[in-house]
Design a protein around this ligand. Structure first.
Ligand SMILES: NC(=O)c1ccc[n+]([C@@H]2O[C@H](COP(=O)([O-])OP(=O)(O)OC[C@H]3O[C@@H](n4cnc5c(N)ncnc54)[C@H](OP(=O)(O)O)[C@@H]3O)[C@@H](O)[C@H]2O)c1
Length: 325
């Protein structure tokens, strides 16, 4: 099968398309003929050598895809050759074929075409598991989501808005903030020019955000705690602003706040399968109704993975970037 590999850690130029041995469906696995693979920010880190795949996972980059079931391994129930699906992967998405634990396979939401479905698994699983399953965002609570125009952010805005929360979001340009407003953000903040803590307080009559979904890590830790409401929950899912910061425990304690950091990729298959099942139950109906939409910035052929990585590194995209096979 053809697959994109990084010949060595480095810039997008190290990505090259090559022939690899075909994958097989092990016990409990399904093999997909990949139609499209979604890009994720972590793919850039993996290409640079900073984010190795978890033990046992494919070395090939790619944490989500859509495709057609080509083979079904021993013990798998509910999937047949020819079924269409999208999948959360530990790796292997930038390829013509990938083997997936059956629990991480999801049917396409009604009305979503096969290629577009590749834009959904990571954002849906990450946003649903962190904002709703872990942080328990409730209707009429306020969510602060950083980077609202990114893949994760654009999905988080829509889901929180549709489930009845107030949404404050940050972004880097007026165009991106306008896109966030169109997706349902109530308040937008240009992180280059404005103070998001002040904006959150103003939007909540001084109370603060009940949940913060953070992609910046260290750079925003202190300000995110300032932005939290009493009993607020800060969920850190990214480290774009570094990994080490000082935590003012007194500030957090007085708010009876929680700081949670999670990652999806390294979790056991059983946990990822439970998240996928919950996504299918709670999120897919909203997608099927068109209330929450996959936002695709653009698609590139698999062989142009370099150009797709360059675009993501430029930060000019809004929503997801896909590779088509
Ligand atoms: N832990 C997990 O399980 C998990 C899973 C998936 C993703 N993630 C993380 O989630 C983050 C988003 O991933 P993605 O795939 O959606 O990437 P993406 O589409 O490239 O989005 C990156 C976002 O970062 C924003 N950003 C850049 N500088 C910022 C700043 N100073 N303040 C606020 N926002 C800033 C960008 O905003 P502008 O474009 O407006 O500049 C953009 O919206 C990444 O850090 C990724 O590693 C974590």
């Amino acid at each position: 099968m053809r697959a994109v590999i990084a010949t060595e850690p480095g810039a997008p130029e190290v990505l090259t398309i090559t022939d690899l041995p075909d994958v097989e469906a092990g016990p409990g696995e399904v093999v997909l003929d990949v139609a499209a693979a979604g890009l994720n920010r972590a793919d850039l880190l993996q290409r640079q050598g900073f984010y190795p795949p978890p033990p046992g996972a494919s070395d090939v980059i790619g944490m989500e895809c859509s495709g057609t079931v080509a083979a079904v391994g021993a013990g798998v129930e509910g999937w047949q050759v020819g079924d269409l699906a999208c999948a959360l992967l530990a790796g292997g998405g930038y390829a013509e074929r990938v083997a997936v634990p059956a629990g991480q396979l999801m049917p396409l939401p009604d009305g979503v075409d096969l290629v577009t479905a590749a834009a959904l698994p990571e954002v849906a699983a990450t946003v649903w598991s962190n904002v709703f399953m872990v942080a328990g965002l409730q209707p009429r609570e306020t969510l602060l989501v950083h980077g609202g125009a990114g893949g994760i952010g654009s999905f988080a805005i829509q889901l929180a808005h549709r489930l009845g929360a107030k949404v404050v979001t940050t972004g880097g340009t007026a165009d991106k903030l306008a896109a966030c407003t169109a997706l349902g953000a109530d308040v937008t903040v240009n992180y280059r020019e404005e103070d998001f803590v002040a904006a959150v307080r103003e939007a909540t009559d001084g109370a603060g955000a009940d949940v913060v979904l953070d992609n910046m890590g260290a750079a925003y830790l202190d300000r995110n705690i300032d932005a939290l409401a009493t009993e607020g929950r800060l969920v850190i899912i990214g480290m774009q602003g570094g990994t080490k910061a000082e935590l003012d425990i007194n500030k957090l304690l007085r708010k009876r706040g929680a700081v949670i950091a999670t990652n999806l990729r390294g979790r056991p298959t059983e946990e990822k399968s439970a998240i996928c099942a919950s996504v299918v139950e709670h999120v897919w109906p909203l997608v099927a109704e068109g209330l929450v939409q996959p936002i695709v910035h653009g698609t590139f052929p698999l062989a142009d993975a370099r150009a797709a990585h360059e675009l993501m590194e430029s930060g000019e995209h809004t929503g997801k970037i896909l590779l088509t096979v």
